[in-house]
Ligand binder design. Structure first.
Ligand SMILES: [Zn+2]
Length: 451
């Protein structure tokens, strides 16, 4: 198959015909999504030239799970900064058309690596791109959509009898990064701020006990490598996945980013530290796999709720002055141009669509997947609202449109409230009430899958 930047498509999970009765089936597939040529990288506004090499291949990995209904749930993990709604929607529409996967049964997550390509048009306003660079990003995004559809289809095609079980571990390298200073909140380290150190693990084995897929997750930015690094990589999550795949033959390891919007790896800023954190995370997964796991049973239920989150109203003049101010950053000028266009066309941007998805595995485990760069407060509140339930609360799922601050974070201000909105091309901070709007959608999504 002639695909510019795809090097290999390895298909895993193959086992003997079913002698297992109507249990779970699983299939897993992977496709390499490393750009083939130097490309503009996402995540840091300071970057001023394209990538200079590949430290580690980037992957899209797909895990299909089905519990006897013939309607699988497909979880896709990507070594990318985040999928913009434009990409996610197209992938979902094609997956529905080609494979009959309804929207609630497809979960697209991004690791939020900051050493991956710009995923056009997400965060594209961050830079003034030199001539030719934008076209490369359009091409990459189009190939990416094809690759994601391909890998989804391959994982479904290879469904075969499987045993699926889960457990939870811990890793401690994530730290709250919202540091209070005399001048307000800045990105630093805040050892007393909230964190979520849980490491959920889902194990997929053949009926005779061979490991075939490991899905693992953590709430922490993939930002060990900072803006000075120009080699493509998956950061700590890429290291952890590669380590697990080396350790468990014929196994695909998929990483899901949880509610790590305000969490950074600590310490950070060297390749050695990305290795160290990756090794620590893989070791946490190993410990879970070595202990007792809970086996999934029952039917799969899914829901997908799209709500709208309101932004605080801004005056037109704010964008006009951003546009006219010679000291404005490229991001501020691009945001101002987009906002003024919308304003002058008679529909200023007042809100954003926001997806909340729930996947419930029988009576055992629920995977809740939230859009955007969700701060950790959402995971902590969800766990406290559903005590005693085994829950995985992912962020960076289905579409990444901006940060999603909690009410506490919104009140405190800082990057996750104000500055990121400029990079994401959103009108400004959310209006008060954003947390409850998200939770109304969470409650709806959870109710639909409960029994
Ligand atoms: Zn981020």
């Amino acid at each position: 198959m002639a695909r510019g930047h795809v090097k290999t498509v390895a298909i895993l999970i193959c086992c003997a015909p079913s002698v297992f009765g109507a249990g779970f089936q699983a299939g897993v597939a992977r496709v390499e999504i490393t750009p083939r040529e130097p490309i503009w990288m996402s995540g840091y506004a300071s970057r001023n030239h394209p990538s200079t090499g590949v430290r580690q291949a980037l992957w899209a990995k797909s895990l299909a799970i089905e519990s006897g209904s013939g309607r699988p749930v497909v979880i896709v993990a990507t070594d990318l900064v985040g999928l913009p709604a434009e990409v996610a929607d197209e992938v979902a529409a094609r997956a529905q058309r080609q494979f009959g996967i309804e929207r609630s049964r497809l979960l697209l997550n991004s690791s939020h690596t900051h050493t991956g390509p710009v995923v056009w048009p997400g965060l594209s306003g961050m830079f003034d791109l030199p001539p030719g660079e934008e076209q490369k990003l359009h091409t990459y995004a189009a190939l990416l959509v094809d690759d994601l559809v391909l890998v989804i289809g391959e994982s479904i095609k290879h469904l075969s009898p499987a045993v699926v079980s889960y457990g939870f571990g811990k890793a401690g390298f994530a730290i709250n990064r919202r540091e209070p200073t005399a001048k307000g909140i800045r990105i630093g380290v805040n050892p007393s701020g909230p964190t979520d150190h849980q490491v959920p693990v889902l194990l997929v084995s053949t009926p005779d006990g061979k490991t075939r897929a490991i899905l693992f997750a953590y709430a922490c930015h993939n930002t060990t490598l900072t803006g000075d690094f120009y080699e493509l990589s998956g950061d700590y999550a890429g290291v952890a996945a590669a380590k697990l795949e080396a350790e468990y033959p014929e196994t695909t390891a998929l990483f899901l980013q949880l509610c790590g919007g305000d969490q950074n790896p600590n310490p950070r800023n060297t390749v050695e530290l990305a290795e160290q954190h990756g090794v620590e995370l893989a070791a946490a997964v190993d410990r879970v796999l070595g202990g007792p796991l809970t086996r999934l049973s029952g039917s799969l239920r899914t829901s997908y709720v799209v709500t709208r989150l309101k932004f605080a109203p801004q005056p037109r003049s704010a964008y006009q002055s951003d546009l006219e101010n010679p000291k404005s950053t490229p991001a501020a000028r691009h945001r101002a141009t987009a906002m003024l266009q919308a304003w002058d066309a008679g529909h200023p941007v007042g809100d954003t669509p926001y997806p909340v998805q729930a996947v419930r595995f029988g009576k055992t485990l629920t995977l809740l997947a939230l859009g955007g760069e969700v701060v950790v407060d959402y995971a902590l509140r969800t766990h406290s609202e559903y005590p005693g339930e085994a829950l995985i609360v992912a962020g960076y799922s289905n579409a990444v449109m901006c940060y999603i601050p909690s009410e506490r974070v919104l009140g405190e201000g800082g990057y996750e409230v104000v500055d990121n909105m400029v990079y994401y091309g959103q009108p400004g901070p959310f209006a008060p009430g954003v947390e409850n709007s998200v939770f109304e959608a969470i409650h709806q999504a959870m109710k639909k899958v409960s029994r």
